[in-house]
Design a protein around this ligand. Structure first.
Ligand code: PXP
Length: 238
């Protein structure tokens, strides 16, 4: 079995910087450290409210990072910047202003026309598209019908319940299998930690994991290179 690629989400390096509106810590420097520690990709979310990552960060990341996965919603200015910078991958996520973090997956039954326009514009400039969705068969099939090559399964429910029940893990396994059967590449992320990542990393269909908060939290104590290396070992089964 090929282990999944580890993509490190560096948003919360920018969260600390924005707490002071200062110029440190620098998420672009953090991204370089993550790559040096073996991360296969860097993920950043340019939110409409710019609460952590700023436009200038995405511009610098797109110049300096080997493999950039930009998370974005369908807002006009963020989409325009993404089309200009052409990151390797664009992951579409839902955004609600008051939420603390991305709380659920996209509802692909909702505003499909707007979503399809966004997908088409990003695909036209050469981005690989992924849709962040809950591990539900209906959403997976809708993702397929929108013509994207990949989905990212929301692991939030698993992250909140894994100690008490195996149900959410089973849902992830079934969703990953179904998505692969209909020809979608499968990524996963949200709420994954050093304690809960291994069972998800062992789901054979999952090709990529996006992990942020837990790595940045550990980095405060260990430094960011050891934090990424530790997570990399768990993801790769070492
Ligand atoms: N994947 C997506 C689509 C996300 O929105 C986030 C959070 O920004 C993550 C993965 C990473 O989640 P966490 O910071 O909990 O590891």
């Amino acid at each position: 079995m090929t282990p999944p690629r580890l993509y490190v989400n560096i948003d919360h390096v920018a969260t600390v910087r924005e707490a002071r509106k200062a110029d440190e810590p620098d998420p672009v420097l953090a991204a370089a450290e993550c790559e040096a520690a073996g991360a296969e990709g860097i993920t950043a979310h340019l939110r409409e409210d710019r609460r952590h990552i700023q436009d200038r960060d995405v511009i610098a990341l797109s110049e300096r990072v080997r493999t950039l996965n930009l998370e974005l919603a369908t807002s006009h200015d963020v989409l325009a910047l993404a089309c200009r910078l052409q990151p390797y991958q664009a992951t579409l996520v839902p955004e609600r202003r008051q939420e603390i973090t991305t709380e659920g997956g996209l509802d692909l039954k909702g505003d499909t026309a707007r979503l399809q326009t966004t997908i088409d514009r990003l695909a036209e400039v050469g981005c690989r598209l992924s849709l962040f969705i809950d591990p539900e068969f209906e959403q997976i099939e809708l993702a397929k019908s929108l013509g994207v090559p990949a989905i990212e399964l929301h692991t939030g429910r698993y992250a909140n319940t894994w100690r008490e029940s195996p149900a959410a893990l089973e849902d992830l396994r079934a969703a990953a299998r179904h998505a692969t059967e209909i020809g979608l590449a499968v990524h996963a992320g949200h709420g994954l930690t050093y304690a809960n990542v291994q069972t998800v990393a062992r789901i054979p269909e999952i090709e990529e994991l996006n992990i942020g908060h837990s790595i940045v939290s550990r980095a405060i104590f260990s430094g960011i290179r050891p934090a990424v290396q530790d997570m990399g070992r768990l993801v790769r089964g070492g």
